[in-house]
Design a protein around this ligand. Structure first.
Ligand code: FA5
Ligand code: MG
Length: 415
């Protein structure tokens, strides 16, 4: 197998995804390793923990929101293609043109016109335009993120969107004129300028009640949780739900009241709504006690066999098959003088070469030489395979290859 640097596959000038060929350009930064995750669809794989948990979420939403005739209101969209446009991923969600979340260093771009979705929110606007009022989107999302036990460049999200009319929100009353969805006020911390405060408070109560109910159904009534105020360009007000996981607070989801401008742009003028986006892996780690996010990609039967049961609502605790030892190696280099270096380029390179042997990469020293005006980074790479013991010789070969490729393709000088 030839090991590719982060830009190697671009040399042919093309990116092939399924039947489609994309012309590479200056934005292209997808790697063969990342592309190999497309189509895996872990959330659709029978008996996979992500499949069990997504079924539990669907079931909860089906039973919580019923039409007057007793039919589930939510529709589920779990096979939408992860290749989206910057318009879908950003513009349709009112993310400003110069917003940091658009950066090449944070996303996997196929070229300037297409990227791998960074969140399932990319599908909100088009589904709303199509007339869906209550829906879930489930799928794989892609981010150039840090490397540790709860972050992986490919993970799965569930998006929930619910739009309501005035009578759905307030219920039917004698005098419906006493209730309003819209009102011309000032935008403040608690509401958008176009919303009636009472309507917003009802949306908030329904949204938080729904998500707390879901978390308690899965994790039990005693699970420690807390709400934190948050910011998203596409919702206001916004919150995050955190849960205690091995003594640390981890973020389970982001949510909020949908910016009315998004609904208006999608052709909806008589409804208000809420949305949430949750990370399935984080929920599954909490529910089953899975210690490391890389395990979800394991094909090892020691992992998968523990989830081989028909009833998705079954509660089990994951038993670590065995903990193999870690090998820790550091790498230090001088950055190129042109400022072109981004840590995420190095993380990708480590992923491409180290694959699943790398558990964690941390920047442990960042030093600028006072006279030479040169900056040096030192990264600690923790190697550990999930399924077997790595030998120091084996790790050395990988580590040397990382050093060599970093020097060649990132223009850094190994110290
Ligand atoms: C979003 O992606 C927003 N689209 C969520 C949202 C939707 C807000 C609708 C408002 C309305 P965020 O980047 O925080 O937000 O990610 C949402 C969740 O995905 C996080 O709470 C976390 O559970 C999960 N997550 C984020 N990054 C990673 C990662 N690298 N690995 C695993 N899970 C992650
Ligand atoms: Mg977040």
């Amino acid at each position: 197998i030839r090991l590719n640097s982060t830009t190697a596959q671009v040399s042919s000038g093309k990116v092939q995804i399924g039947e489609r060929t994309y012309e590479a350009d200056e934005m292209t930064n997808v790697t063969p390793k990342i592309l190999s995750h497309l189509g895996r669809n872990l959330h659709l794989q029978k008996y996979h923990p992500l499949n069990h948990i997504s079924q539990r979420i669907s079931k909860f939403m089906y039973s919580r929101y019923l039409s007057p005739r007793g039919n589930p209101l939510f529709s589920i969209h779990d096979r939408l293609q992860p290749v989206v446009t910057p318009h879908q991923n950003f513009d349709s969600l009112l993310i400003p043109k110069d917003h940091v979340s658009r950066k090449k260093s944070d996303n996997y771009y196929i070229n300037k016109d297409f990227l791998l979705r960074a969140h399932t929110s990319a599908h909100q606007s088009e589904l709303i335009s199509m007339g869906f009022d209550n829906f879930l989107v489930m799928g794989d999302v892609y981010r150039r993120d840090e490397i540790d036990a709860s972050h992986y460049p490919v993970f799965h999200q569930v998006e929930g969107v619910r739009l309501t009319t005035k009578s759905e929100l307030f219920g039917s009353h004698q005098n419906m004129d006493d209730f309003q969805l819209f009102e011309n006020t000032e935008r403040s911390e608690t509401q958008q300028g176009v919303h009636n405060l009472e309507a917003v408070k009802l949306l908030e109560a329904d949204l938080k009640g729904c998500l707390e109910g879901l978390a308690m159904t899965l994790f039990g009534k005693d699970a420690e949780m807390r709400w934190v105020d948050a910011y998203f360009p596409f919702t206001h007000p916004s919150w995050e739900l955190e849960v205690k996981l091995n003594d640390d607070w981890v973020e389970l989801l982001g949510c909020g009241v949908i910016e009315q401008e998004i609904l208006v742009n999608a052709g909806v003028i008589d409804k208000v709504g809420w949305a949430f986006g949750l990370g399935l892996e984080r929920w599954a780690m909490k529910l089953y006690g899975i210690p490391d996010i890389r395990l979800f990609w394991s094909s090892d039967s020691g992992f998968l066999s523990q989830f081989k049961f028909e009833d998705s609502s079954k509660n089990i605790r994951y038993k670590n098959v065995s903990q193999y030892p870690q090998c820790v190696n550091d790498i230090s280099f001088w950055l190129p003088g042109d400022g072109a270096y981004e840590p995420s380029d190095f993380y990708d390179l480590v992923r491409n070469i180290g694959g699943s042997t790398v558990e964690q990469v941390t920047l442990i020293d960042n030093f600028t030489h006072p006279k030479k005006k040169m900056t040096s980074h030192c990264y600690r790479i923790v190697y550990r395979h999930m399924e077997r013991t790595l030998t120091q010789e084996e790790v050395n070969v990988i580590h040397k290859e990382i050093e060599k490729t970093a020097a060649e393709s990132l223009n850094v000088v190994i110290r």
